[in-house]
Design a protein around this ligand. Sequence first.
Ligand code: CA
Length: 240
Amino acid sequence: MPSTILVVEDEPAIQELIAVNLTFAGHKVLRAATAEQAATLVRAELPDLVLLDWMLPGASGVQFAKQLRGDERTRDVPIIMLTARSNETDKVDGLEAGADDYVTKPFSPKELMARIKAVLRRRAPQLTDDLVDIGGLALDPATHRLSGVAPGGVRRTLEIGPTEFRLLHFFMTHPERVYSRAQLLDQVWGDHVFLEERTVDVHIRRLRHALSPTGHENLVETVRGSGYRFSVAEQRLVVV
Ligand code: CA
């Protein structure tokens, strides 16, 4: 699934090199040369990941990272710091400021892409194209196919709408955790999308309906007063 990546880098040649590679890999790229510009872009659209140069004119990359971590809306956005320095103290400072990873210049585009993928896989697995197979359901983001193993062991393809597919992808990559309707709206529909919370209920109903041909509708649990949870725990008890 394409991700939106914000590149904060004041050196035009490096910014261009990164942007070209990200675009080629299918990502949407937002560009800023300063932390101030980056803050403006983030207010308009929450990126899925930030590539952040350490040395910037004006506020430094570390200051901007702290700013992102200090704001509830941007707290969980993965950050990879880019730096020309390679000493350990700086690395510790960067990680303490809230960076998820740290890449030292000069880097090869291939290395950077691999690090981005690794961070996304760890922090936002619903944004990767990796096949997810859990609880007898197999979801393939690359082909947008979903299948389930029916009682009796036969695998069947399941028909599912695009929103329900994204919702299920999020659930399957974050199993056993309860999400409120507001959190699901942020994670699946995107922040800055102003929808009523009952929109979530409508899509949960459609999702359960889509999962019912193979008997997987009960994996989407309603947690009274809290929201929803994708759980395979009950099912495991039955199988074992
Ligand atoms: Ca710089």
